[in-house]
Unconditional design. Structure first.
Length: 220
């Protein structure tokens, strides 16, 4: 639901597919009737519906285009609706989420004052993709430092979510890897998972070939 935080956790190829589908569906939800209210085509093209923080540097934009094409969407307008932010160190990632994300939201997603009454129609998705990718792959970061950074990142995400004057009705989606046998991931996930409103876990089925096990957790 809008205004909530969602975690999609599991094997990376499945989490990426779910996030891609979600973003395409969010774009499809934009109200067609706005044009009849006098909002021109040019303003619709420049409205940014999705902010995508590519923490793992593995965004497959061709997959998004493929899904958009399946639904018969205008590919150019769809791509114009996405703002992608990439970073290459853990500290750049933390700085982006803690300090730059609120500015991005205000710049690209905030509704003009005269359109506040239509705000609940606006599909807005903020994606933080593969948050733990750099944390797991950086051999130099110490475990305690990594935990402190993750707590600060999640604290900022929660603070943004509570500031409705900034966030509006946006949905925050974060994708995470999950490997029970990998100790750092278990520690990091224990910090992150309790802070989400809902989460979806997707894995290859251990009991049935060519099948998936999906678990949905609602905090309430």
């Amino acid at each position: 639901n809008s205004g909530e935080s969602l975690c999609i956790i599991g094997e990376q190829n499945y989490t990426q597919l779910l996030v891609a589908r979600l973003c395409v569906n969010a774009f499809m939800m934009q109200p067609r009737r706005r044009k009849r209210k006098g909002v021109g085509e040019s303003s619709r093209c420049t409205k940014k519906h999705i902010i995508f923080i590519d923490a793992g540097n593995n965004l497959d934009i061709y997959q998004y285009v493929s899904f958009a094409r399946q639904y018969g969407l205008d590919i150019k307008k769809f791509l114009q609706s996405i703002v992608v932010s990439r970073m290459f160190t853990i500290y750049q990632l933390a700085n982006t989420i803690i300090y730059e994300l609120p500015k991005l939201i205000i710049q690209h997603l905030q509704q003009p004052q005269q359109q506040q009454q239509q705000q609940h129609f606006q599909p807005k998705v903020i994606v933080i993709s593969d948050l733990l990718g750099m944390f797991v792959n950086d051999p130099h970061i110490k475990a305690e430092e990594a935990k402190n950074l993750l707590k600060e990142i999640m604290g900022s995400v929660i603070a943004i979510r509570r500031r409705r004057e900034i966030l509006g009705n946006s949905l925050i989606v974060m994708s995470l890897p999950y490997h029970q046998q990998q100790e750092p991931l278990r520690v990091y996930n224990r910090i992150l998972l309790p802070r989400f409103d809902k989460r979806i876990e997707v894995f290859n089925s251990a009991s049935k070939a060519n099948s998936l096990d999906i678990k949905i957790v609602n905090k309430s």
